[in-house]
Design a protein around this ligand. Structure first.
Ligand SMILES: CC(C)=CCNc1ncnc2c1ncn2[C@@H]1O[C@H](COP(=O)(O)O)[C@@H](O)[C@H]1O
Length: 189
């Protein structure tokens, strides 16, 4: 269970814009509980959430949790999903297409966290990883491996590293964390 922190510690932390990629689907409690815990920490520690802007599934769980804990919400929506954008975000940017959305999400982020998700999350994660691989950004990328959801991906990436498919060490590209508290520890946040 995540512990709280004193106001003095919170004041010493630099507020970050934490970009979260995660599922737009309604999921089992094992995922929603972990997402709520992480979102609460983001908000309590004074960070902002940069996310896809929609009010559905795990995306909504995270946005609700951050907002309830006092964090700021920065939505990066896209024209064809404009009608499902969250109405009460602190900021909502509507991009023309998915490519522009990913670019804006990256531009607005200090760090990227990949939570459990489907193809949309995978699309966002691989683009941000690929840009980092090519040195187009140096923002930390953490995969929040709730309930071992990304064990298979981690195994695949280790194989890529071991067999020479990656031009850099895996831990220079991405870090895996077991829970939200560990994510924030890794980010120094
Ligand atoms: C009709 C309705 C409520 C649609 C909501 N659908 C969505 N709204 C906003 N972003 C999305 C949506 N679907 C995919 N994405 C983007 O792709 C990721 C989720 O895709 P997935 O569920 O993992 O594959 C999110 O990080 C988000 O940025």
């Amino acid at each position: 269970m995540a512990s709280d922190i004193s106001p003095a510690t919170a004041a010493a932390r630099t507020p970050l814009n934490i970009c979260v990629f995660c599922s737009a689907a309604d999921l089992d409690g094992v995922y929603t509980d972990a997402a709520r815990e992480f979102a609460g920490l983001i908000g309590k520690r004074g960070h902002s959430l940069v996310w896809g802007g929609s009010d559905s599934g795990l995306m909504k769980v995270v946005a609700d949790g951050v907002q309830e804990a006092g964090g700021r919400l920065v939505g990066i929506s896209v024209e064809f999903l404009r009608n499902v954008a969250r109405p009460n975000a602190d900021e909502m940017i509507v991009t023309a297409d998915l490519a522009e959305r990913k670019a804006v999400m990256l531009a607005r982020a200090d760090a990227i966290v990949v939570m459990v998700g489907g193809t949309g999350t995978l699309d966002e994660a691989t683009e941000i990883l690929e840009l980092r691989k090519h040195g187009m950004h140096t923002k930390p990328i953490v995969i929040l491996n709730t309930a071992g959801f990304y064990d298979g991906l981690q195994q695949q990436m280790r194989r890529m590293e071991a067999e020479g498919f990656l031009p850099l060490a895996l831990d220079e590209l991405v870090t895996f964390a077991d829970d939200g508290l560990q994510v924030l520890e890794l980010l120094g946040a």
